[in-house]
Design a binder for this molecule. Structure first.
Ligand SMILES: *Cc1c(COP(=O)(O)O)cnc(C)c1O
Length: 381
């Protein structure tokens, strides 16, 4: 697959690699291969590169070096955080609050804890995809140990009021965690200002190869060992460090820090063009709040269209329909149904997620193709 041949509008699934990231990491795939834990000079040099990278990642979200734990990705970071808090704070209580539009990494981890005797409250969301802060306040109890609400929804781009949520959680004595996988690299994040205790992020959503992510954990927080072994990463996550991935992630943070603003402005203009043209299609509407939304994502419902069929007919345009295919049964998106869409409306919805390599030409071609396909599907029906 060549990026020049496909129109890739699925950046929320994963991103192509930034050439500068590749260049930064490539010495660590060849000459600089040592184990950073080794005590010889090669190891020490690598250890310094890893340390520098950790400072860069920490700096990117306003954290300190010793508050960053490297993981294989966001899913692992989420597992370490939620299961770890559940275990370490169980003396205080066994109640966790999250919401119904989280990624399955959060939802399934919570389901697992439910089977272990924890009680989980899944907050509903409005038609616009936002959680209700009064509902959150009413759900908090003396035994609530964690509130976990995602920063940016991967299917709709809706941004939750993280700062308010954190402050409400703290008033009630609970920790606040956020899955920021779709926020990092798109909006500025300062964990102190926002009041975030735990945050996860993923490299492959930020123009970095797959297999690297990070967990931010405020230094006062203690988590139990997740992976037993050589005692890496504060003894929480043992295993030889993924040095090339770490260097790549740090480079991506450095690039995002200086270019995020201008990239977001450009992507946002492309998204507006795409959205406004596609909304001219009869009956089309946007899923989710458009004011509190990340710059690169729109989720559009084309009533009476089967998004799966449509996506199958788009040979050179990559978009997503958000439905999950489990054991040959196609289920509608849990995010869209939580927002009150009917199954048919959910099946008629398409997520467009743009990124920094998209061009206006690509957007214009996609608009033309999708408009034709949707109109044809209406005519077929
Ligand atoms: C992609 C994604 C994840 C999972 O990240 P991995 O690094 O692939 O494990 C979790 N949450 C959100 C919101 C995502 O978009």
């Amino acid at each position: 697959m060549n990026l020049n041949e496909i129109i890739y509008l699925d950046y929320n699934s994963t991103t192509p690699i930034d050439k500068r990231v590749l260049d930064a990491m490539s010495p660590f795939l060849s000459d600089n291969f040592a184990n950073p834990s080794s005590t010889h000079h090669f190891g020490i040099n690598l250890n310094e590169a890893v340390k520098k990278a950790r400072i860069q990642v920490a700096d990117f979200i306003g954290a300190e070096e010793n508050e960053i734990l490297y993981t294989s990705g966001a899913t692992e970071a989420i597992n370490i955080a939620i299961k770890g808090v559940a275990e370490n704070y169980s003396a205080k209580g066994k109640h966790i609050i999250t919401d119904s539009t989280e990624h399955y990494a959060v939802l399934d981890t919570c389901k697992h804890l439910e089977n272990k005797g924890y009680e989980i409250t899944y907050l509903p969301v409005s038609k616009e995809g936002l959680i209700d802060l009064t509902e959150l306040r009413n759900s908090l109890r003396a035994d609530t140990i964690l509130v976990c609400v995602m920063y940016v929804n991967n299917e709709t781009g809706v941004i939750q009021p993280i700062k308010e949520i954190a402050s409400i959680a703290h008033e009630a004595g609970a920790l606040f965690m956020t899955d920021a996988t779709q926020a990092t690299g798109k909006i500025e994040i300062d964990v102190d200002d926002l009041g975030i205790d735990l945050l996860c992020l993923s490299g492959h959503k930020m123009y970095v190869p797959k297999g690297i992510g990070a967990l931010y954990m405020r230094k006062e927080i203690k988590l139990p060992t997740f992976m037993h072994g050589g005692g890496h990463e504060k003894g929480i996550r043992s295993g030889t460090l993924n040095v090339p991935g770490i260097i790549a992630l740090a480079k991506a943070c450095e690039i995002a820090q200086s270019e995020m603003k201008q990239d977001s402005d450009r992507i946002s203009a492309l998204l507006n063009e795409l959205e406004s043209k596609l909304l001219k299609i009869d009956g089309a509407f946007v899923n989710g709040n458009r004011e509190h939304r990340i710059c690169n994502t729109t989720n559009i419902c084309f009533p009476n269209v089967d998004a799966n069929v449509l996506i199958g007919r788009m040979k050179n345009v990559a978009v997503s329909n958000g439905s999950a295919c489990t054991s040959a049964v196609v289920k509608p998106s849990h995010v869209l149904t939580a927002m009150g869409l009917s199954e048919d409306e959910a099946f008629g919805s398409i997520r467009f997620s743009l990124g920094k390599f998209n061009t206006q030409q690509e957007v214009l071609s996609a608009i033309k193709l999708i408009s034709e396909l949707v109109t044809n599907q209406y005519n077929d029906a």
